[in-house]
Design a binder for this molecule. Structure first.
Ligand SMILES: [Mg+2]
Length: 446
């Protein structure tokens, strides 16, 4: 029986950095040398044998301490709150965090502070799912539509999506949900892989990894592009030759281009049959994306991993600027805002193919995509979750990929908890890895 008097006693934060830049894993046209990092938060409670709540914001190295500080700045909203009340209504905390009248100046609802809100809110959802004994996707899929509408942040969206319409979508999504949940548990959710396509990999490594991806059952891979057109033509040719005509090839420019340049470059790669062009230009440029989409069709336009909040997604959809919504579990204000983004995508009939990779993003976002399949969109057609095969071993409940599909998590929670030994080793700068790495004597202290 959960303790109904239990309180949140602490909001512990950790600056965790992995030295991924040394292998060029994660390299793209905008981010040549990322050290994948997590501003990690653990909500502690005084519940006897109770669970903690785990969440994080993802960054790529320098500045992770700023992200940690932003999470720390939100702590006073959380410490002392009733655990039972928090888990019964995470939206109440979400509104307190996004509505903090002084902190709100640092956004509003964008950037470092908003990502901090997302980390804390997601930690609450992890705690709620653990206490309910369900993986988060199942907690959401089992929830009453009326409750989910109250959890979704529909503020500023009602010109595109009213609460009444959201309720209709969620009620419709319940039809056949039990059957879809059973299918999900049996066969998983489609994935695509970005592992072959990092910009720092040479053609031999690209070809080998692309062939391996197809052999492993993936039906879509993704290549980073945008630094040098001649290189991109050569790499796309090699990738297409490796995967054959029947496997989808997505390309990702990571915001590298001007609008006209995006059109020219994408057309120059059209002979290789790209499925989508991802982040062709600034993530804030809604009309630019709309212009690119009109000009490069039938190549699809995908974006969202850097969309600051639900309002940007609303405008992307209203403007006909995207074919694929790439929400990110740790960019916006957590589950409450992502529920709104999933509802917007359902209302506009645009598929959601979540952004993942980094550290822990696959672990988190699988729950949102699986809820969308089971109890909202009701289909996996034209849908796949990004997959990158690194850093999963640091999590207590890592993603499982079988035959190119995500296996549905069954452990209670949001799959966000890091292994204690990974926290001890990769905390920056004092963890054992970094302390030895940063030691000018190479550890040969007298
Ligand atoms: Mg991307």
């Amino acid at each position: 029986m959960p303790d109904t008097d239990a309180r949140i006693t602490a909001v512990d934060t950790y600056d965790i950095r992995f030295p991924t830049s040394r292998e060029l894993a994660g390299s793209d046209a905008m981010n040549p040398d990322p050290d994948y990092s997590a501003a990690y938060v653990v909500l502690r409670t005084d519940e006897a044998q109770g669970a903690d709540g785990h969440g994080f914001a993802f960054t790529i190295g320098r500045g992770n301490e700023v992200q940690v500080a932003a999470i720390h700045a939100l702590g006073h909203h959380v410490v002392g709150r009733s655990v039972a009340a928090l888990c019964a209504d995470p939206g109440a905390l979400y509104r307190d965090l996004t509505g903090d009248s002084q902190l709100r100046w640092l956004g509003p609802e964008k950037g470092v502070l908003h990502m901090a809100v997302g980390a804390v809110v997601n930690a609450v959802w992890d705690l709620a799912a653990r206490r309910a004994g369900k993986p988060l996707w199942k907690l959401l899929a089992d929830a009453e539509p009326e409750w989910l509408v109250r959890q979704a942040d529909l503020r500023y969206l009602t010109d595109a999506l009213t609460p009444q319409r959201a309720l209709e979508l969620l009620r419709r999504g319940r039809d056949g949900a039990d059957g879809r949940a059973a299918r999900l548990l049996a066969t998983g959710f489609p994935a695509y892989t970005t592992s072959p396509g990092w910009l720092g990999y040479d053609d031999d490594k690209l070809t080998r990894l692309a062939r391996e991806a197809v052999a492993d059952g993936f039906t879509q891979i993704k290549l980073k592009v945008g630094a040098d057109l001649a290189d991109d033509i050569r790499r796309c040719r090699a990738a297409r030759a490796a995967i054959g005509p029947g496997v989808k090839l997505a390309i990702d420019a990571n915001q590298r281009w001007e609008v006209a340049e995006a059109v020219r470059w994408t057309r120059a790669l059209a002979e290789f049959g790209p499925y989508w062009i991802e982040e062709p230009t600034s993530p804030d440029d809604i009309l630019g994306h709309a212009a690119i989409r009109r000009a490069v069709a039938p190549v699809k336009v995908a974006t969202g991993e850097h969309a600051a909040n639900r309002v940007v997604f609303k405008q992307l959809l209203q403007a006909g600027a995207v074919d694929v919504v790439q929400l990110d579990a740790a960019r916006v204000g957590g589950v409450n805002e992502n529920l709104a983004i999933l509802l917007l995508a359902a209302e506009f009939g645009v598929p959601v193919c979540p952004h993942a990779g980094g550290v822990g993003l696959c672990e988190l976002v699988q729950h949102l995509a699986m809820f969308d399949y089971v109890a909202l969109a009701g289909t996996t057609e034209d849908r796949a979750i990004e997959y990158v095969d690194h850093l999963h071993d640091h999590f207590l409940d890592p993603v499982v990929i079988r035959a190119g599909r995500y296996a549905a998590p069954t452990a209670p929670g949001f799959s966000a908890a890091l292994r204690p030994e990974s926290v001890a080793r990769y905390t920056y700068p004092g963890g054992t890895f970094w302390a030895a790495d940063l030691d000018p004597t190479g550890g040969r202290t007298a």
